[in-house]
Design a protein around this ligand. Structure first.
Ligand SMILES: O=P(O)(O)OC[C@H]1O[C@H](OP(=O)(O)OP(=O)(O)O)[C@H](O)[C@@H]1O
Ligand SMILES: Nc1ncnc2[nH]cnc12
Length: 182
């Protein structure tokens, strides 16, 4: 299920760019303007539905916080479960954690140990709004495996291809990007 040039442009044009946020030199891709545009959000979610309905998925995993929006919506459309990967200290039950590098220092994401409800080799899609350095997505893919599931693909609405983050994730799992920023 391919996305037409027109559909891709509708999605691309709906994402606002904020220069120098959160710090000088960063061009922040603001997806709030995509979400509030019912047409663009619909084009995106319909494309994701058409693509992933054939994947025989069991769960969609979303990453805290922007990833939750797309992942939970898609899980409902596909009629399957949603699983959150959260920043350290936010999940209430027993967790597995994975540290990753940021520009300065380290951070950690976590998943509930029973996130996939005991289902052996559950087929999982990892979905996030954006991949930059790949630290977050890499850690998330590791956690999915450690929690006993198979990450069949990692999908990003926006991939910053001028950074190599996505290449690291591709070593573990296929990567699918809607918008590539060169
Ligand atoms: O590829 P990376 O360099 O790891 O960066 C990508 C991550 O950064 C953003 O989340 P952020 O941590 O800013 O959290 P938020 O969704 O709560 O804003 C984005 O939503 C990704 O999850
Ligand atoms: N340029 C960017 N825009 C939005 N979210 C980001 N997360 C990391 N880099 C980002």
């Amino acid at each position: 299920m391919t996305l037409s040039k027109t559909e891709r442009k509708i999605i691309e044009d709906s994402i606002r760019e904020i220069k120098d946020f959160p710090k000088p030199g960063i061009v922040f891709k603001d997806i709030t303007t995509l979400l509030s545009d019912k047409y663009a959000f619909g084009v995106l979610m319909n494309h994701l539905y058409q693509r992933y309905k054939e994947y025989n998925l069991d769960f969609i995993v979303g990453i805290d916080a922007r990833g939750f929006i797309f992942a939970s919506a898609l899980a409902q459309m596909l009629g399957i479960g949603f699983v959150p990967i959260r920043k350290h200290g936010k999940l209430p039950y027993t967790t597995i954690g994975e540290k990753y590098s940021l520009e300065y220092g380290v951070d950690e994401v976590e998943i509930h140990i029973d996130a996939f409800r005991g289902q052996k080799d559950a087929r999982v899609l990892l979905l996030d709004d954006l991949i930059a350095t790949g630290g977050t997505a890499n850690a998330a893919a590791t956690l999915i495996k450690q929690a006993g599931a198979e990450c069949v693909e990692a999908c990003f609405v926006v991939t910053l291809t001028f950074l190599d983050g996505y290449k690291e994730v591709e070593k573990k799992t296929p990567v699918y990007s809607i918008i590539e920023v060169k």
